[in-house]
Design a binder for this molecule. Structure first.
Ligand code: GLU
Length: 406
Protein backbone atom coordinates (compact mmCIF):
# COMPACT_ATOMS: atom_id res chain seq x y z
CA UNK A 1 0.00 0.00 0.00
CA UNK A 2 2.60 2.49 -1.11
CA UNK A 3 0.88 5.89 -1.38
CA UNK A 4 2.75 6.56 -4.63
CA UNK A 5 1.29 3.39 -6.16
CA UNK A 6 -2.14 4.52 -4.97
CA UNK A 7 -1.74 7.99 -6.48
CA UNK A 8 -0.68 6.46 -9.82
CA UNK A 9 -3.62 4.04 -9.75
CA UNK A 10 -6.01 6.93 -9.20
CA UNK A 11 -4.48 8.75 -12.17
CA UNK A 12 -4.75 5.56 -14.27
CA UNK A 13 -8.42 5.30 -13.44
CA UNK A 14 -9.07 8.93 -14.35
CA UNK A 15 -7.03 8.59 -17.56
CA UNK A 16 -9.16 5.57 -18.49
CA UNK A 17 -12.43 7.40 -17.79
CA UNK A 18 -11.21 10.51 -19.68
CA UNK A 19 -9.57 8.55 -22.47
CA UNK A 20 -6.36 10.48 -21.85
CA UNK A 21 -3.36 10.05 -24.13
CA UNK A 22 -0.70 7.74 -22.60
CA UNK A 23 2.17 10.16 -23.08
CA UNK A 24 0.21 12.93 -21.41
CA UNK A 25 -0.53 10.58 -18.54
CA UNK A 26 3.19 9.86 -18.23
CA UNK A 27 3.98 13.57 -18.17
CA UNK A 28 1.45 14.01 -15.37
CA UNK A 29 2.71 11.08 -13.37
CA UNK A 30 6.37 12.07 -13.19
CA UNK A 31 7.29 14.86 -10.75
CA UNK A 32 9.19 17.90 -12.05
CA UNK A 33 11.79 17.85 -9.32
CA UNK A 34 12.63 15.50 -6.45
CA UNK A 35 15.08 16.95 -3.92
CA UNK A 36 16.55 14.60 -1.37
CA UNK A 37 18.78 15.56 1.51
CA UNK A 38 19.28 15.06 5.24
CA UNK A 39 19.11 17.19 8.33
CA UNK A 40 21.79 16.73 10.96
CA UNK A 41 21.05 17.50 14.59
CA UNK A 42 24.19 17.95 16.60
CA UNK A 43 23.85 18.16 20.38
CA UNK A 44 26.57 18.51 22.99
CA UNK A 45 26.96 14.73 23.26
CA UNK A 46 24.75 13.47 20.46
CA UNK A 47 24.52 13.31 16.71
CA UNK A 48 21.42 12.38 14.73
CA UNK A 49 20.69 12.31 11.01
CA UNK A 50 17.21 12.54 9.46
CA UNK A 51 16.44 11.96 5.75
CA UNK A 52 14.45 14.85 4.24
CA UNK A 53 12.64 15.51 0.96
CA UNK A 54 10.94 18.23 -1.05
CA UNK A 55 9.10 17.25 -4.24
CA UNK A 56 7.72 19.57 -6.91
CA UNK A 57 5.11 17.63 -8.82
CA UNK A 58 3.74 20.07 -11.38
CA UNK A 59 3.99 23.85 -11.73
CA UNK A 60 2.04 24.47 -14.94
CA UNK A 61 -0.68 26.41 -13.05
CA UNK A 62 1.64 28.29 -10.70
CA UNK A 63 4.38 27.84 -8.12
CA UNK A 64 4.42 24.52 -6.26
CA UNK A 65 2.49 24.57 -3.00
CA UNK A 66 2.07 22.09 -0.18
CA UNK A 67 3.04 21.24 3.36
CA UNK A 68 5.99 19.62 5.10
CA UNK A 69 5.36 16.68 7.42
CA UNK A 70 7.50 15.36 10.26
CA UNK A 71 6.63 11.68 10.64
CA UNK A 72 8.47 8.35 11.07
CA UNK A 73 6.58 6.82 8.13
CA UNK A 74 7.62 9.46 5.58
CA UNK A 75 9.15 7.98 2.42
CA UNK A 76 10.12 9.61 -0.85
CA UNK A 77 7.17 7.76 -2.43
CA UNK A 78 4.79 9.20 0.10
CA UNK A 79 6.07 12.73 -0.51
CA UNK A 80 5.72 12.21 -4.27
CA UNK A 81 2.13 11.02 -3.82
CA UNK A 82 1.29 13.92 -1.53
CA UNK A 83 2.77 16.38 -4.04
CA UNK A 84 0.63 14.92 -6.83
CA UNK A 85 -2.45 15.19 -4.64
CA UNK A 86 -1.53 18.85 -4.01
CA UNK A 87 -1.47 19.47 -7.78
CA UNK A 88 -4.99 18.07 -8.07
CA UNK A 89 -6.21 19.82 -4.91
CA UNK A 90 -4.95 23.24 -5.97
CA UNK A 91 -6.49 22.85 -9.40
CA UNK A 92 -9.85 21.71 -7.95
CA UNK A 93 -10.08 24.69 -5.62
CA UNK A 94 -8.84 27.01 -8.35
CA UNK A 95 -5.93 28.53 -6.40
CA UNK A 96 -3.12 29.53 -8.80
CA UNK A 97 -0.62 26.92 -7.67
CA UNK A 98 0.92 23.68 -8.75
CA UNK A 99 1.65 20.89 -6.29
CA UNK A 100 4.56 20.26 -3.95
CA UNK A 101 5.24 18.53 -0.67
CA UNK A 102 8.03 17.91 1.79
CA UNK A 103 8.86 15.69 4.69
CA UNK A 104 11.41 14.57 7.23
CA UNK A 105 11.61 10.97 8.46
CA UNK A 106 11.44 11.67 12.18
CA UNK A 107 9.27 11.03 15.19
CA UNK A 108 8.93 14.55 16.62
CA UNK A 109 6.78 13.45 19.56
CA UNK A 110 8.71 13.99 22.75
CA UNK A 111 11.47 15.97 21.03
CA UNK A 112 12.67 19.05 22.89
CA UNK A 113 11.64 22.46 21.57
CA UNK A 114 15.27 23.21 20.89
CA UNK A 115 15.70 20.08 18.73
CA UNK A 116 12.47 20.77 16.90
CA UNK A 117 13.75 24.24 16.09
CA UNK A 118 17.08 22.78 14.94
CA UNK A 119 15.27 20.31 12.71
CA UNK A 120 13.05 23.02 11.20
CA UNK A 121 15.92 25.42 10.55
CA UNK A 122 18.02 22.53 9.23
CA UNK A 123 15.30 21.60 6.74
CA UNK A 124 15.13 25.16 5.45
CA UNK A 125 18.92 25.44 5.16
CA UNK A 126 18.95 22.36 2.94
CA UNK A 127 15.98 23.30 0.77
CA UNK A 128 16.20 27.13 0.64
CA UNK A 129 17.53 26.89 -2.93
CA UNK A 130 14.41 25.09 -4.16
CA UNK A 131 11.72 27.18 -2.40
CA UNK A 132 10.61 30.79 -2.89
CA UNK A 133 7.39 32.80 -2.99
CA UNK A 134 7.19 32.34 -6.78
CA UNK A 135 8.84 28.91 -6.85
CA UNK A 136 7.61 26.52 -4.18
CA UNK A 137 5.77 27.53 -1.01
CA UNK A 138 5.73 25.15 1.99
CA UNK A 139 3.15 25.07 4.79
CA UNK A 140 2.19 22.96 7.80
CA UNK A 141 1.14 19.33 7.50
CA UNK A 142 1.20 16.31 9.87
CA UNK A 143 3.06 17.29 13.10
CA UNK A 144 4.19 20.69 11.81
CA UNK A 145 2.88 23.84 13.46
CA UNK A 146 2.80 27.59 12.90
CA UNK A 147 5.82 27.88 15.22
CA UNK A 148 7.74 25.54 12.92
CA UNK A 149 6.75 27.70 9.94
CA UNK A 150 8.01 30.73 11.90
CA UNK A 151 11.44 29.15 12.47
CA UNK A 152 11.66 28.11 8.83
CA UNK A 153 10.72 31.62 7.68
CA UNK A 154 13.35 33.17 9.94
CA UNK A 155 16.02 30.80 8.64
CA UNK A 156 15.12 31.54 5.02
CA UNK A 157 14.95 35.32 5.47
CA UNK A 158 18.23 35.33 7.40
CA UNK A 159 19.91 33.39 4.59
CA UNK A 160 18.50 35.72 1.94
CA UNK A 161 19.02 38.92 3.93
CA UNK A 162 15.53 40.22 3.19
CA UNK A 163 11.89 39.75 4.08
CA UNK A 164 9.86 37.36 1.97
CA UNK A 165 6.88 36.25 4.10
CA UNK A 166 5.16 34.70 1.07
CA UNK A 167 7.78 31.92 0.95
CA UNK A 168 5.88 29.91 3.55
CA UNK A 169 2.29 29.88 4.81
CA UNK A 170 0.61 28.81 8.02
CA UNK A 171 2.90 31.26 9.85
CA UNK A 172 2.19 32.83 13.24
CA UNK A 173 0.10 36.02 12.94
CA UNK A 174 3.04 38.09 14.19
CA UNK A 175 5.13 37.07 11.17
CA UNK A 176 2.49 37.67 8.51
CA UNK A 177 0.21 34.70 9.07
CA UNK A 178 -3.47 34.98 8.22
CA UNK A 179 -6.46 35.16 10.47
CA UNK A 180 -8.41 31.95 10.03
CA UNK A 181 -5.49 29.76 8.87
CA UNK A 182 -5.27 27.55 11.98
CA UNK A 183 -8.83 26.26 11.70
CA UNK A 184 -8.98 26.45 7.89
CA UNK A 185 -8.68 22.75 6.98
CA UNK A 186 -11.24 21.75 9.62
CA UNK A 187 -13.61 24.57 8.67
CA UNK A 188 -13.25 23.82 4.97
CA UNK A 189 -13.94 20.17 5.82
CA UNK A 190 -17.03 21.25 7.71
CA UNK A 191 -18.31 23.13 4.62
CA UNK A 192 -17.63 20.02 2.51
CA UNK A 193 -19.59 17.85 4.95
CA UNK A 194 -22.55 20.25 4.98
CA UNK A 195 -22.52 20.42 1.16
CA UNK A 196 -22.42 16.62 0.89
CA UNK A 197 -25.17 16.13 3.47
CA UNK A 198 -27.43 18.40 1.36
CA UNK A 199 -26.44 16.95 -2.00
CA UNK A 200 -26.87 13.31 -0.97
CA UNK A 201 -29.66 13.80 1.56
CA UNK A 202 -27.70 12.17 4.38
CA UNK A 203 -29.91 11.61 7.41
CA UNK A 204 -28.57 11.02 10.89
CA UNK A 205 -26.29 13.18 12.94
CA UNK A 206 -23.76 10.69 14.28
CA UNK A 207 -20.16 11.36 13.31
CA UNK A 208 -16.91 9.47 13.94
CA UNK A 209 -13.65 11.41 13.64
CA UNK A 210 -10.34 9.60 13.21
CA UNK A 211 -7.42 11.87 14.04
CA UNK A 212 -7.59 14.63 16.60
CA UNK A 213 -4.87 16.98 15.44
CA UNK A 214 -5.54 20.42 14.07
CA UNK A 215 -7.82 19.11 11.30
CA UNK A 216 -9.96 16.59 13.19
CA UNK A 217 -10.37 18.86 16.20
CA UNK A 218 -11.73 21.83 14.26
CA UNK A 219 -13.96 19.71 12.03
CA UNK A 220 -15.46 18.12 15.17
CA UNK A 221 -15.89 21.48 16.84
CA UNK A 222 -17.70 23.12 13.91
CA UNK A 223 -19.96 20.07 13.46
CA UNK A 224 -20.81 19.99 17.16
CA UNK A 225 -21.71 23.69 17.02
CA UNK A 226 -24.49 23.04 14.50
CA UNK A 227 -25.93 20.04 16.32
CA UNK A 228 -24.02 16.99 15.04
CA UNK A 229 -23.25 14.31 17.60
CA UNK A 230 -19.55 13.46 17.66
CA UNK A 231 -19.82 9.90 18.96
CA UNK A 232 -16.21 8.83 18.43
CA UNK A 233 -12.81 10.53 18.39
CA UNK A 234 -9.35 8.97 18.17
CA UNK A 235 -5.73 9.92 17.82
CA UNK A 236 -2.72 7.77 16.95
CA UNK A 237 -2.86 6.03 20.34
CA UNK A 238 -6.55 5.04 20.28
CA UNK A 239 -9.94 6.57 20.86
CA UNK A 240 -13.20 6.92 22.71
CA UNK A 241 -16.82 6.16 21.81
CA UNK A 242 -19.98 7.51 23.42
CA UNK A 243 -23.25 6.98 21.63
CA UNK A 244 -24.84 9.95 23.33
CA UNK A 245 -22.14 12.27 21.96
CA UNK A 246 -18.76 13.45 23.25
CA UNK A 247 -17.96 16.97 24.38
CA UNK A 248 -15.26 17.98 21.86
CA UNK A 249 -13.70 20.66 24.06
CA UNK A 250 -13.52 18.30 27.05
CA UNK A 251 -11.81 15.61 24.95
CA UNK A 252 -9.30 18.18 23.69
CA UNK A 253 -8.60 19.42 27.21
CA UNK A 254 -7.92 15.85 28.32
CA UNK A 255 -5.63 15.26 25.33
CA UNK A 256 -3.63 18.38 26.15
CA UNK A 257 -3.27 17.33 29.79
CA UNK A 258 -2.52 13.62 29.32
CA UNK A 259 -1.41 13.46 25.66
CA UNK A 260 -4.20 10.95 25.12
CA UNK A 261 -7.82 10.77 23.98
CA UNK A 262 -9.06 8.79 26.96
CA UNK A 263 -11.47 8.72 29.85
CA UNK A 264 -14.79 9.29 28.08
CA UNK A 265 -17.36 6.62 27.20
CA UNK A 266 -15.83 3.38 25.95
CA UNK A 267 -12.19 2.97 24.85
CA UNK A 268 -11.89 1.89 21.18
CA UNK A 269 -9.09 1.27 18.70
CA UNK A 270 -8.58 3.23 15.51
CA UNK A 271 -9.75 0.20 13.51
CA UNK A 272 -12.96 -0.06 15.54
CA UNK A 273 -13.69 3.62 15.06
CA UNK A 274 -13.89 3.16 11.29
CA UNK A 275 -16.56 0.48 11.55
CA UNK A 276 -18.96 2.20 13.95
CA UNK A 277 -22.65 2.61 13.05
CA UNK A 278 -22.47 6.32 12.20
CA UNK A 279 -23.82 8.38 9.29
CA UNK A 280 -20.62 10.28 8.66
CA UNK A 281 -17.05 9.07 8.94
CA UNK A 282 -14.25 11.62 8.84
CA UNK A 283 -10.74 10.15 8.49
CA UNK A 284 -8.48 13.07 9.47
CA UNK A 285 -5.17 11.39 10.20
CA UNK A 286 -2.98 9.55 7.71
CA UNK A 287 -3.05 7.42 4.55
CA UNK A 288 -4.29 3.88 3.93
CA UNK A 289 -6.73 3.46 6.79
CA UNK A 290 -9.70 2.39 4.64
CA UNK A 291 -8.50 -0.66 2.74
CA UNK A 292 -9.70 -3.79 0.98
CA UNK A 293 -9.62 -5.49 4.42
CA UNK A 294 -12.10 -3.23 6.19
CA UNK A 295 -14.04 -1.40 3.44
CA UNK A 296 -16.87 -3.95 3.59
CA UNK A 297 -17.29 -3.29 7.31
CA UNK A 298 -17.62 0.46 7.05
CA UNK A 299 -21.17 1.47 7.84
CA UNK A 300 -21.08 5.23 7.27
CA UNK A 301 -23.07 6.39 4.25
CA UNK A 302 -20.81 9.41 3.86
CA UNK A 303 -17.02 9.37 4.15
CA UNK A 304 -15.31 12.73 4.03
CA UNK A 305 -11.54 12.56 3.62
CA UNK A 306 -9.89 15.26 5.67
CA UNK A 307 -6.64 13.26 5.70
CA UNK A 308 -4.67 12.91 2.47
CA UNK A 309 -5.01 9.49 0.89
CA UNK A 310 -6.95 7.65 3.63
CA UNK A 311 -8.77 5.34 1.16
CA UNK A 312 -6.90 2.89 -1.07
CA UNK A 313 -8.05 2.41 -4.69
CA UNK A 314 -9.27 -1.14 -3.88
CA UNK A 315 -11.37 0.17 -1.00
CA UNK A 316 -12.74 2.90 -3.28
CA UNK A 317 -14.19 0.24 -5.57
CA UNK A 318 -15.86 -1.58 -2.67
CA UNK A 319 -17.40 1.63 -1.34
CA UNK A 320 -18.59 2.60 -4.82
CA UNK A 321 -20.35 -0.73 -5.24
CA UNK A 322 -22.12 -0.37 -1.94
CA UNK A 323 -23.16 3.18 -2.92
CA UNK A 324 -21.32 4.85 -0.07
CA UNK A 325 -20.25 8.38 -0.90
CA UNK A 326 -16.59 9.36 -0.61
CA UNK A 327 -15.87 13.08 -0.72
CA UNK A 328 -12.22 12.90 -1.81
CA UNK A 329 -9.28 14.53 -0.03
CA UNK A 330 -8.43 16.79 -2.98
CA UNK A 331 -11.80 18.46 -2.51
CA UNK A 332 -12.68 17.94 1.16
CA UNK A 333 -9.41 19.03 2.77
CA UNK A 334 -8.60 21.92 0.44
CA UNK A 335 -9.59 24.53 3.05
CA UNK A 336 -6.05 24.62 4.44
CA UNK A 337 -4.33 25.42 1.19
CA UNK A 338 -7.12 27.81 0.22
CA UNK A 339 -6.44 29.95 3.28
CA UNK A 340 -2.70 29.49 2.65
CA UNK A 341 -3.36 31.14 -0.70
CA UNK A 342 -5.24 33.96 1.02
CA UNK A 343 -2.27 34.34 3.40
CA UNK A 344 0.15 34.54 0.47
CA UNK A 345 -2.02 37.16 -1.25
CA UNK A 346 -2.08 39.23 1.95
CA UNK A 347 1.70 38.92 2.31
CA UNK A 348 2.22 40.13 -1.22
CA UNK A 349 -0.10 43.12 -0.96
CA UNK A 350 0.96 43.90 2.62
CA UNK A 351 -2.65 44.38 3.67
CA UNK A 352 -4.48 42.05 6.00
CA UNK A 353 -8.08 40.81 6.17
CA UNK A 354 -10.21 40.06 9.22
CA UNK A 355 -11.15 36.52 10.25
CA UNK A 356 -14.66 37.20 8.96
CA UNK A 357 -13.37 38.22 5.52
CA UNK A 358 -11.08 35.19 5.33
CA UNK A 359 -13.84 32.78 6.35
CA UNK A 360 -16.26 34.25 3.81
CA UNK A 361 -13.73 33.85 1.02
CA UNK A 362 -12.97 30.28 2.15
CA UNK A 363 -16.66 29.38 2.17
CA UNK A 364 -17.11 30.72 -1.38
CA UNK A 365 -14.15 28.70 -2.68
CA UNK A 366 -15.27 25.48 -0.93
CA UNK A 367 -18.87 25.80 -2.12
CA UNK A 368 -17.85 26.55 -5.70
CA UNK A 369 -15.42 23.62 -5.83
CA UNK A 370 -18.00 21.24 -4.38
CA UNK A 371 -20.60 22.32 -6.93
CA UNK A 372 -18.20 21.90 -9.85
CA UNK A 373 -17.07 18.45 -8.76
CA UNK A 374 -20.61 17.32 -7.97
CA UNK A 375 -21.93 18.53 -11.33
CA UNK A 376 -19.15 16.71 -13.16
CA UNK A 377 -19.80 13.57 -11.16
CA UNK A 378 -23.52 13.64 -12.04
CA UNK A 379 -23.01 14.46 -15.72
CA UNK A 380 -20.27 11.85 -16.18
CA UNK A 381 -21.87 9.23 -13.92
CA UNK A 382 -18.62 8.61 -12.07
CA UNK A 383 -17.29 8.83 -8.52
CA UNK A 384 -16.55 12.11 -6.79
CA UNK A 385 -12.85 11.21 -6.77
CA UNK A 386 -12.77 10.63 -10.52
CA UNK A 387 -14.72 13.83 -11.10
CA UNK A 388 -12.39 15.88 -8.87
CA UNK A 389 -9.13 14.49 -10.26
CA UNK A 390 -10.60 14.63 -13.78
CA UNK A 391 -11.42 18.31 -13.34
CA UNK A 392 -7.88 18.93 -12.08
CA UNK A 393 -6.27 16.96 -14.91
CA UNK A 394 -8.26 19.04 -17.44
CA UNK A 395 -6.96 22.27 -15.92
CA UNK A 396 -3.35 21.11 -15.58
CA UNK A 397 -3.21 19.66 -19.10
CA UNK A 398 -4.73 22.82 -20.52
CA UNK A 399 -2.10 24.97 -18.72
CA UNK A 400 0.70 22.69 -19.96
CA UNK A 401 -0.66 22.91 -23.54
CA UNK A 402 -0.97 26.70 -23.46
CA UNK A 403 2.62 26.88 -22.18
CA UNK A 404 3.67 24.75 -25.15
CA UNK A 405 4.87 21.91 -22.92
CA UNK A 406 2.50 19.40 -24.51
N1 GLU B 1 -0.79 20.42 4.33
C1 GLU B 1 -2.03 20.96 3.87
C2 GLU B 1 -2.58 20.06 2.76
O1 GLU B 1 -2.26 18.91 2.67
C3 GLU B 1 -1.95 22.42 3.50
C4 GLU B 1 -0.97 22.77 2.42
C5 GLU B 1 -0.77 24.26 2.21
O2 GLU B 1 -1.38 25.05 2.89
O3 GLU B 1 0.06 24.59 1.35
O4 GLU B 1 -3.40 20.47 2.00
Amino acid sequence: MDPWENALKQLDEVARVMDLDDTIKEALSLPELVSESRVILKGVNSLEVFPAYRVRHNTARGPAKGGIRFHPQVTVGEVKALSMWMTWKNAVSGVPYGGGKGGIIVNPKGMSKRDLEGLSRGFMRRFAHVVGEDIDIPAPDVNTTSQIMGWMLDEYETMKGRHEPGVITGKPLELGGSEGRTEATGLGGFYSIINAVKAYDIRGKKVAIQGFGNVGYYAAKFLEEVGYKIVAISDSKGGVFDESGLNVEAVMKKKQETKRVKGFGKAITNEELLELPVSILVPSAIENVITQQNANDIEAKLIVELANGPTTPDADKILEESKQIVVPDVLANSGGVTVSYLEWVQNRMGYYWTQKEVREKLKDVMNKAFKQVHNKMVSEKTTMRNAAIGLAVDKVVSAMKIRGQL
